[in-house]
Design a binder for this molecule. Sequence first.
Ligand SMILES: Nc1ncnc2c1ncn2[C@@H]1O[C@H](COP(=O)(O)OP(=O)(O)OP(=O)(O)O)[C@@H](O)[C@H]1O
Ligand SMILES: [Mg+2]
Length: 255
Amino acid sequence: MAVHAAARGRTPNDVITATGLVKVYRQGTAEVRALDEVSVRVQRARFTAVVGPSGSGKSTLMHCVAGLDTVTSGSVVLDGTEIAGLSDRQLTRVRRERIGFVFQSFNLLPQLTAYENIVLPVTLSGGRPDRELVDHLCEVLGIAHRMTHRPAELSGGQQQRVAVARALVARPAVVFADEPTGNLDSRAGAEVLTMLRRSVDDLGQSVVMVTHDPAAAHYADRVLTLADGRVVKDEHTAPSGRAAALTTDATGRRP
Ligand SMILES: Nc1ncnc2c1ncn2[C@@H]1O[C@H](COP(=O)(O)OP(=O)(O)OP(=O)(O)O)[C@@H](O)[C@H]1O
Ligand SMILES: [Mg+2]
């Protein structure tokens, strides 16, 4: 196993190893090089933030390493599997089995209750929800009393916490969050960020979050900065950043 991993140029501790990623979008005769030779390794059980100006390639990077979009060239090893070059069907399976997503727009199914939304990734893949984990997540996320409500009956912050629970419930190799606080006020945003932070510290979850917001990036262990489709900065924050994130109060202020 170790030899196999080494042969692929990754360590088992990496949940994502992206090498030489290039993504070119073609629009008519124009070409946009959204990713320009990006190489990055993401460790397990860490909270990684991806920041950078609008159009720098943050979402494109996330979509390419999460199997939501194909790369023009380069390699993406996700949880030990090379996903560049997989068929749509194979990618769907990788996403379903190994990835959890949290989007800016929550993306809950309006006709399902909060509980049904949360367990959907498990039931879709034919499994049985781990009731204990679901209860634990809902307790920690402060949504236990909202399980029979439909999304329209929940606040934005509650909806996003349901989405976080849904992303975590199948114990994916990695949770990707694209601007998870973009539609929330600062208080609800801080709650969601605290939940993502706790999923890393308490459950050992690997989380990759795309954000515009420097305050949101403070919750991460590591901040990757993109500009013009390249990684221009890679900062690892000290454990104090972790402690600071955990002691942030619900309004997002630090003591
Ligand atoms: N489907 C697409 N077709 C053509 N060009 C695209 C497509 N998606 C993204 N791009 C272009 O690729 C570049 C990177 O876009 P991307 O969405 O990754 O940026 P971003 O950093 O996520 O920006 P934002 O902060 O505004 O969300 C931009 O120039 C964008 O216009
Ligand atoms: Mg984006």
